[in-house]
Design a protein around this ligand. Structure first.
Ligand code: UDP
Length: 194
C-alpha cells in the first residue's frame, strides 16, 4: 500500500528515493503538481482548521516530514521507514535540476536570506537557471509575483512562506502558473543560505 492515513492525512509510504523519482515523473508530465512535506504541526493544524483540508485534496504527494509522523505510523501498525524532509528533497531536486539544466524558482524568506541562498547555490551549481523573489509581499503585489514566475517558467517552484500559507499559495495559483512541480519548503531558504 502506497499510503498511510494519519489523522485523515494520507502520507506517502514511499522511501526518500522513491519520492524523488515521483517528483521527476511530475516534472516530466508537464502539468501542475503539488508536493507537501508535513510534520505533526501541520496535521494538528488541519484538525483545528478544517478549511485547510482542501490543501490535502489539492496535493499530489504528502511526505512525512517529522519523526512524530514516523512514530505515529508505528501506532497504526504500518511503520514508515523514515522521514522525507523538505531540505533533503530540495537538495536532491537542485542537484537533478543542475544535471538536467532545468530552471528553478525560490519564492520566500527575507530579501537578505533569499539573496544569500541564491549566492550559495549559484556558487555550488554554476550556470544553474535559478531565480527567486522574497516572501514578503502584500495581497496587491500578488499579480507582480505571479507575473515574475510566469516569465521565468520554472520547472520547479519552491515556496517558503511558512505552513500553511505556502501550500495555500500553490493550491490557489498552480493551474495559472503551470509549474510541473511546486512544493512548500518552510524555512529551507534560510537553511540553504547558512
Ligand atoms: N516567510 C515569508 N513571508 C512571510 C512569512 C514568512 O517568506 O510573510 C518565510 C520566513 O522568512 C521563513 C519561512 O517563511 O523563511 C518560514 O519558515 P519556518 O521555518 O517558520 O516555516 P515552517 O517550516 O515552520 O512552516
Amino acid at each position: 500500500m502506497e499510503q498511510i492515513e494519519i489523522l485523515d492525512v494520507p502520507f506517502s509510504r514511499l522511501t526518500d528515493e522513491q519520492v524523488f523519482a515521483r517528483c521527476i515523473e511530475f516534472i516530466g508530465a508537464h502539468k501542475p503538481h503539488m508536493v507537501i512535506t508535513a510534520g505533526p504541526e501541520f496535521v494538528m493544524r488541519l484538525k483545528s482548521e478544517p478549511a485547510l483540508r482542501a490543501l490535502v485534496s489539492a496535493a499530489d504527494l504528502i511526505t512525512p516530514d517529522g519523526i512524530g509522523i514516523v512514530l505515529a505510523s508505528r501506532w497504526y501498525g504500518q511503520p514508515l521507514a523514515d522521514r522525507v524532509t523538505g531540505i533533503w528533497l530540495t537538495e536532491r531536486l537542485l542537484s537533478y535540476a543542475y544535471d538536467q539544466q532545468l530552471c528553478v524558482y525560490f519564492l520566500g524568506a527575507s530579501e537578505t536570506s533569499l539573496q544569500r541562498a541564491l549566492q550559495v547555490l549559484r556558487a555550488r551549481y554554476p550556470g544553474l537557471n535559478i531565480f527567486g523573489r522574497n516572501g514578503y509581499f502584500t495581497p496587491d503585489q500578488i499579480e507582480t509575483v505571479l507575473a515574475d514566475i510566469l516569465e521565468v517558467k520554472p520547472d520547479v517552484l519552491f515556496v517558503g512562506l511558512g505552513q500553511p500559507r505556502q501550500e495555500q499559495f500553490i493550491a490557489d495559483y498552480k493551474e495559472r502558473l503551470g509549474v510541473p512541480l511546486a512544493m512548500g519548503i518552510g524555512g529551507v531558504i534560510d537553511v540553504l543560505g547558512g
